[in-house]
Design a protein around this ligand. Structure first.
Ligand code: ACO
Length: 331
């Protein structure tokens, strides 16, 4: 077995910023309601006609590559975690082309807000079995394109962004990914969804042959159920993961949770008995950026030099699927 460590990170956000004041002119809401219920103050969204997650994902990836002066041709595999692809056949190929990583295999991974955690864990498996050495894991989402901007219960929550991490093989003794714990509960998939709605389509004029074709709708969410799910399941996953690694909560330096809601982050920290000062937090500036939220927050925390050598970082994602999971990294 081989170790896997994060060598470098990068991130990218759109230029256009919408604050709560602005949103309150679009739907009936207020800065006070949004801040007290969610902690979100502003979010970035893609507004250009041809702008997509690929622009953000490629910028984030290039920034990560630049930090370690890595040639994109050295990348063996690209995992693009996204739920808002440009192309249902997969967007990772576009990212591969745009950053010039022509030797890399590239595929999409769809797991909503857990996508980055699943991406890191997947990359780690390829490294540990010695298939690949350098893997680019990107979390990128533009949920603004799937948001019903007349629905005040969801449009206040989300923002667009991308975050990238380059994972590299290292010796087993070196710091890196220590372990993981992953879960799915498909029975609750309807609690948070971008549903596909179909209508009947006649293949011939005699109407003897029918099939159903459709379109994806807007994001639908049962906010209270998702809230309850997150605050009960995420601490359990983290506790299980720490337990399997024999790490006590006092050894944790940073708790990096998917940035969904301030109350969820605080409740998870409370249930684990972890001080709020250990929470990595940037939700106020970006809202919930889905698969991008964890690598974006990680990149910012590294830029601020919050995270130091030998720090233990507990990373947990949760979201649609429903999916949730934890990975622990020694930096
Ligand atoms: N502005 C003002 N009022 C609002 C707004 C708004 N933007 N949205 C809803 N309300 C109203 C509701 O209509 C309701 O009014 P009523 O009591 O007259 O019916 C009232 O506020 C309370 O609504 P609730 O839904 O009960 O509010 P709650 O306290 O549950 O907060 C929220 C809603 C913020 C969505 C919360 O449930 C939450 O954070 N849930 C988790 C959501 C989440 O994190 N989702 C993403 C995770 S997974 C992923 O990232 C894809």
């Amino acid at each position: 077995l081989q170790g896997a460590r994060i060598l470098a990170t990068g991130s990218a956000i759109p230029d256009v910023c919408i604050n709560n004041e602005h949103l309150s002119k679009i739907v009936e809401t207020s800065n006070e309601w949004i801040v007290t219920r969610t902690g979100i103050e502003e979010r970035r969204i893609l507004t250009g006609q041809n702008e997509s997650i690929i622009d953000l994902a490629s910028l984030a990836s290039k920034r990560a590559l630049e930090k370690i002066s890595m040639n994109p041709l050295e990348i063996d595999l690209i995992i693009l975690a996204t739920s808002s692809p440009d192309d249902l056949f997969g967007s990772a190929g576009q990212l591969q082309a745009k950053i010039g990583a022509s030797k890399a295999v590239a595929f999409d991974l769809t797991a909503a807000c857990s996508g980055f955690v699943l991406g890191i864990v997947t990359a780690t498996q390829f490294i540990q079995n010695k298939s690949y050495k350098n893997i680019l894991v990107v979390g990128a989402d533009a949920l603004s394109k799937w948001t019903d901007w007349s629905d005040r219960s969801t449009c206040i929550l989300f923002g667009d962004a991308a975050g990238a991490a380059i994972i590299q093989a290292c010796s087993e003794e070196e710091n890196g990914v220590l372990g993981f714990q992953l879960n799915t509960n498909g029975n609750k998939s309807n609690q948070l969804s971008i549903p596909y709605q179909t209508h009947s389509y006649h293949l011939d004029n005699h109407k003897s042959l029918n099939l159903f074709q459709g379109r994806f709708q807007y994001i639908t969410m049962n906010g209270q159920e998702v809230y309850k799910f997150a605050v009960s399941k995420v601490p359990t996953s983290i506790a299980q993961c720490l337990n399997s690694l024999n790490i006590s909560k006092d050894e944790i330096n940073w708790l990096l949770l998917h940035q969904a809601n301030k109350r969820i982050l605080y409740a998870v920290a409370d249930r684990l008995g972890i001080d709020y000062s250990k929470l990595i937090y940037n939700l106020d500036k970006y809202g919930n950026t889905s698969a991008a939220s964890i690598p974006l927050a990680l990149d910012e925390a590294l830029a601020k030099k919050q995270i130091k050598y030998n720090d233990i970082i507990v990373i947990a994602g949760f979201g649609a699927g429903l999916t949730w999971g934890t990975t622990v990294i020694k930096w």
